[in-house]
Design a protein. Structure first.
Length: 341
């Protein structure tokens, strides 16, 4: 029997209970799935009308297994993990203090640099598979990659002392790089998907819905990593503070979107995977499960990091810890994760 590390609960009326060292998903007294707590990394609840027993929740919290909840568009609306994980004080004090000095500025620039570098890297990655069969597209993607990277120079030239002084310039460079990135990716999305270009909230097409759903799964991973590192997910640097907005999650996710979600979704559509929507413009349950499985599998895939290959999930956690050690003064600088495309 294969080891279950990611338990996905997406069927209406399903119930998650604890039975002798494992979680069991049932519906109408029929067993749908089972996962030993020993190997389980997370529980992802994507369906409506799902019930969880208090024993199952307690077991997950005791074993450090997070439970994430996503709506039909992939937007995370809740997460459950042990209350003790949020008990760190020193790191959070330094994190909030860093916002007002150069530590916060350097973090903001590093997040933006990581995003731009990985966007450019992914375009080069897509180009190399088209060098022989479509030389013109190969060259176009390479040019676009270089144009995306050109915006790094704007970040290097920034003269400021705090994030507030430089936020507009950072977001401007990041936004213009993203426009070129998505424009280039439009050339590799098959026409049959009718992709209108990148759209975020409220997207009604299959590709954007899939991207948004994948990002929703990634949000949960980022938030947990930050909490485990003793950081406040709501105390960001690039993204402005707003009630209920986990700004630091939105900051750190930028250097991982392309490596984990964009690569997964673009790969799926280039292989002709069907992404189906219902009459409301929401992804069908079968499509959501396929997307969740693919993104979670990508999180377990290994990448070169700090001289050895490590799962992306571990890399995210280490990057969160690097933020914490940097704001505390235990690390001289924070460097974004850049994939070896």
């Amino acid at each position: 029997m294969p080891i279950v590390q990611q338990l996905i609960v997406d069927e209406y009326g399903a119930f998650v209970g604890k039975y002798s060292g494992r979680l069991r998903v049932t519906k109408d007294k029929k067993k749908l799935a089972e996962a030993p707590l020993l190997h389980l990394e997370q529980v992802l609840v994507t369906g409506r009308g799902v019930g969880l027993s208090a024993d199952a929740i307690r077991a997950c919290c005791t074993e450090g297994i997070p439970i994430y909840f996503l709506d039909g568009r992939g937007r995370p609306y809740a997460a459950i993990y042990a209350a003790g994980l949020t008990g760190t004080v020193l790191t959070r004090r330094e994190q909030l203090s860093a916002y007002g000095d150069r530590r916060g500025l350097k973090l903001a620039i590093a997040f933006a640099q990581g995003k731009i570098e990985n966007q450019a890297g992914f375009l080069r990655y897509m180009a190399k598979y088209r060098q022989e069969k479509d030389p013109d597209l190969y060259q176009e993607l390479r040019w676009c990659s270089d144009e995306v990277r050109d915006h790094l120079e704007e970040l290097r030239r920034l003269e400021a002392n705090t994030v507030d002084e430089a936020r507009y310039q950072i977001l401007s460079a990041e936004g213009r790089a993203a426009k070129k990135y998505w424009g280039a990716l439009k050339q590799v999305i098959p026409e049959r998907y009718g992709w209108p270009g990148r759209k975020g909230r409220g997207a009604q097409d299959a590709v954007n819905s899939a991207l948004n759903y994948g990002y929703g799964i990634l949000y949960g991973q980022i938030e947990r990593a930050l909490v485990l590192a003793g950081l406040d997910p709501y105390g960001g640097f690039i993204h402005a503070d707003r009630p209920g907005k986990p700004s630091l999650v939105f900051d750190l996710i930028e250097e991982f979107r392309q490596v984990i979600v964009d690569r997964t979704i673009v790969g799926m559509v280039n292989k002709g995977v069907k992404l189906e929507l219902d009459e409301r413009g929401l992804l069908l349950e079968k499509t959501r499960r396929t997307l969740a499985e693919k993104v979670l599998a990508r999180l377990e895939a290994a990448e070169r990091y700090e001289r050895k290959r490590q799962p992306m999930r571990v890399i995210i956690q280490n990057q969160a810890r690097h933020i914490a050690t940097y704001v505390r003064g235990d690390r001289p600088a924070y460097t974004a994760f850049i994939a070896k495309w």
